[in-house]
Design a protein around this ligand. Structure first.
Ligand SMILES: Cc1cc2nc3c(=O)[nH]c(=O)nc-3n(C[C@H](O)[C@H](O)[C@H](O)COP(=O)(O)OP(=O)(O)OC[C@H]3O[C@@H](n4cnc5c(N)ncnc54)[C@H](O)[C@@H]3O)c2cc1C
Ligand SMILES: NC(=O)c1ccc[n+]([C@@H]2O[C@H](COP(=O)([O-])OP(=O)(O)OC[C@H]3O[C@@H](n4cnc5c(N)ncnc54)[C@H](OP(=O)(O)O)[C@@H]3O)[C@@H](O)[C@H]2O)c1
Length: 533
């Protein structure tokens, strides 16, 4: 028997939990969350790899919707580790009594729009069926692990793990020869921690990456008090910046100052650490020459830190503008290569050819004996989790067909042909270019307000138009092309990390503040670009 609901929310991470509060507690809808994991937390439930912690500063990486929650929760570190963020999300689930409306271990495998009944019919892997008026995907942008299709993996005699599906009991690296593939944000966090535990670690690097020291530290009592006293100003600042972080980006340009002052400002950013490094100048991501200065500064730092000149050259041989890929921040990443038990191998020039029963072999024939392989190889980002659900709209229209050449949405919130389906942090929204809780709260509230509007006006369906989606796609492209972001041609922002995936710049790069204002205007003007009936 199908379970009847007003709204079904898929996913119990930051997005799904807040969406549930909006719909169940504020609107009084019959709403339910289904989650394929056994607990809440999303990203922080799955990504338990060594060194996992966030890059957003803790006082900004949390919900802002509840003044009480902001006052009662205390973070311990500038960048909390995975376990602490997971504790926070469990606290939220308990505090707002969310668990009674969540079905865990429940994976959605199909969703079809029944036009006659104006209902979504959602199927789970366990055979349950839900019928709901509104279907809200809160499935995350980075929740679909990407394990590269390297021949021989099934015959590997050791253990292998993807960082995004890490075993809950942890992995014992003691005495083991470990190979890690991938040097993105994840890999850069994992290397120093695995290096401390393993007998030997070989890092297989395809694309060298920039990284800024995080300068993580315990928070002082003064800072914790400051965050509570100034909670509203901090939220206002986060809402005013392009990327939702709690610091302003200085509008000064790199060449507004002379070389000595430039160096001093970069050095100051390097000392402060983390994503704030980017905030020293306003033009680093839009002007190639300005970017070259920032990139050159970081490459000099890498060469200063890494003792072996050949290893330093390989680490500093970065082929894309700084911050054109998501810029990692680290705790002693480059320093780890000074350890005797860590080696760096260039798999750009000599790619991995196969996994062998005893390790891994490169195209040149060079081979490595390994006990454990760690895949820090990222995700089928943004579209992956949505397409895996086999969503079908009007007349059986498959989302996979509509998006065959890349995702098309209006505002990253809706797809033409899929009435009453909302895609939280969907492609075409700022999402991953933003401190995500800010983007998530804005989407949850916009969707919730839209449903209020529909109910107040006796409207049964909301659906964007192809024209609106096409025009928005143009604006998403234009926003990306106004920056250096598309110059990192191997970036997951473009889908380039997954073989065969269409190369389309997926997130909206026009800035969170601008996007928020645009969405608010759309709602205020009666939802142009959407058909409400
Ligand atoms: C290692 C890592 C570190 C990160 N650090 C930061 C950071 O510092 N700052 C920042 O802003 N962002 C960061 N992010 C991005 C992070 O994903 C978001 O900040 C945020 O956690 C996303 O929340 P969400 O609820 O939208 O998605 P998720 O947390 O990904 O949750 C989605 C949930 O949907 C479930 N789901 C998916 N498909 C289905 C299905 N078919 N059926 C049932 N359930 C399903 C998943 O199991 C998952 O639990 C990081 C991401 C990663 C991977
Ligand atoms: N604390 C944080 O904030 C944090 C931490 C982790 C992740 N994240 C988020 O999650 C996103 C994804 O990060 P991620 O590091 O998991 O993934 P990623 O950025 O996509 O990095 C994956 C790495 O694996 C490499 N790789 C993939 N397939 C390969 C193959 N077949 N052979 C060799 N190398 C291969 C990639 O090389 P190429 O570059 O050549 O493709 C890249 O170095 C981040 O950008 C960020 O948004 C955030």
């Amino acid at each position: 028997m199908a379970k009847e609901l007003d709204a079904l929310i898929v996913g119990a991470g930051f997005s799904g939990l807040y969406m549930l509060i909006c719909l169940r507690d504020r609107l009084g809808l019959e709403a339910r969350v289904v989650e394929m994991g056994a607990g809440v937390g999303g990203t922080w439930y799955w990504n338990r790899y060594p060194g996992a912690r966030c890059d957003s500063e803790s006082h900004s990486y949390c919900y802002g919707f509840s003044r009480e929650l902001l006052q009662e929760w205390e973070w311990t570190e500038r960048y909390p580790e995975q376990a602490e963020i997971l504790r926070y999300l469990n606290h939220v689930a308990d505090r707002f009594d969310l668990r009674r409306s969540i079905s865990f271990d429940t994976k959605v495998v199909g969703a079809e729009y029944d036009e006659a009944a104006n209902k979504w019919v959602v199927r789970t892997q366990g055979g349950e069926v839900y019928r709901c008026t509104y279907l809200i995907t809160a499935v995350g942008c980075l929740s679909s692990a990407n394990v590269p299709n390297i021949p021989g993996l099934e015959g590997f005699g050791g253990e292998w793990y993807h960082t995004g599906l890490w075993p809950h009991g942890g992995v014992d690296f003691a005495g083991k020869r470990v190979g890690q593939i991938g040097t993105g944000s994840t890999g850069i966090q994992a290397v120093p921690v695995i290096a401390e535990q393993a007998a030997h670690l070989t890092v297989f690097q395809r694309t060298a990456n920039y990284s800024i020291p995080a300068r993580n530290a315990k928070l002082t009592a003064e800072f914790k008090q400051h965050v509570k006293t100034h909670a509203e100003e901090i939220r206002a600042l986060m809402h005013s910046t392009p990327n939702g972080h709690p610091f302003a980006i200085n509008p000064r340009r790199v060449f507004d100052v002379d070389a000595a002052e430039r160096e001093r400002l970069f050095e100051d950013g390097w000392r402060r650490g983390g994503l704030q490094f980017r905030a020293a100048f306003g033009d680093v991501l839009v002007d190639q020459k300005a970017n070259d200065e920032a990139a050159g500064f970081i490459k000099r730092k890498i060469r200063e830190v890494v003792a072996d000149p050949a290893t330093a050259e390989l680490l500093a041989d970065i082929d894309h503008p700084f911050a054109a890929k998501r810029p990692p921040i680290d705790s002693a990443y480059f320093e780890a290569f000074n350890r005797d038990n860590v080696a760096l191998v260039d798999v750009r020039r000599d790619p991995v050819a196969e996994i062998t029963p005893g390790g891994l072999k490169l195209e040149s024939g060079r081979s490595f004996e390994l006990d454990i392989i760690v895949f820090a190889t990222g995700f089928d980002a943004m579209t992956g989790p949505l397409l895996r659900m086999d969503i079908r709209g009007r007349d059986g229209l498959a989302l996979g067909d509509v998006w065959a050449a890349g995702p098309t949405t209006y505002l990253g919130l809706q797809v033409a042909g899929f009435p009453n389906l909302f895609t939280m942090t969907g492609p075409g929204s700022p999402s991953v270019l933003c401190n995500m809780p800010v983007a998530i709260e804005q989407h949850a509230e916009w969707i919730s307000d839209c449903i209020v509007h529909m109910r107040a006006n006796g409207l049964r369906t909301v659906e964007t138009t192809e024209a609106a989606a096409e025009e928005w796609g143009r604006q998403v492209n234009e926003a990306a092309n106004a920056t250096l972001l598309p110059k990192a041609t191997h970036s997951w922002y473009l889908g380039a990390n997954v073989p065969g995936k269409p190369r389309v710049f997926m997130p909206y790069a026009g800035g969170m503040a601008r996007y928020r204002a645009h969405c608010a205007q759309v709602a205020a003007e009666g939802y142009p670009g959407f058909v409400l009936a």
